[in-house]
Design a protein around this ligand. Sequence first.
Ligand SMILES: [Zn+2]
Length: 281
Amino acid sequence: MPELPEIEALAAFLRERITGDAIAGMQLAELSLLKTVDPPLEALLGLELTGASRAGKALVIEADGLSLVCRFARAGWLAWHAQMPAAPVRMGRGPLGLRVALASGAGFDVREAGTRKNASVALVRQLAEVPALAQAGPDALALSSADFAAALAGTRSRIKTVLEDQRVLAGIGNAWSDEILHRAGLSPFAPADGVDAESLHAVMRAVLTQACEALVGLPPDKIKAAKKRLLRVHGRTGSPCPVCGTQVAEVAFAERSLQYCSGCQTGGRKLSDRRMDRLLR
Ligand SMILES: [Zn+2]
């Protein structure tokens, strides 16, 4: 799932290209993608685009008082067209969810690969009309060290769970929480209230800021591959840790897995799946 740095890069790319352009046409190819009915999607027609930004892990396309909020889920992403394809959109076939054509002749698609359709688009007047955004905590890059410390002190949940909890802080998911904890030398299962919050906050900021710097400037079709190259442990089970050389280990469960380095993070101990079950509760 795209997280804070990837969405930041996507928003930066779009901001440069769509601001001042206008919406000339829209085609919803996957009806279940759109989660709102008022205002209708047609309300966007002819509106000037005023910007693009990020809210947590969501992309926000701004059009003269209305916000098109795109949440990509695990397999969703955006495809940019410098020139819109001429071929007509086929309903409910393949990854295309929503096609937006701009007055300039450019445009973009919201796409989702696979058969699971979990991505969503909402057209709203206020971001708080999107339940996930209304419930979200402060942005991971805006949260102060003191507020981060207060959030951690209030819970004995595993630190991995807390970092990914969008109600506590917004923007971090499975990949960047693995990376932050590796850089910090912390077990994903460490109880949050026992962690040195000040140093973890500094590491979190450094990891996210460096990832943003590496990804901003790339086009949408290059961002996901560039992200993968930045990851040191996440998705790298069996590879040597670039810090200590230990083989990266994983804890797998039904829907996903986490990766960590036992050399850097757990004093050589292997984490068991049984403890993962407890983590999820
Ligand atoms: Zn290591």
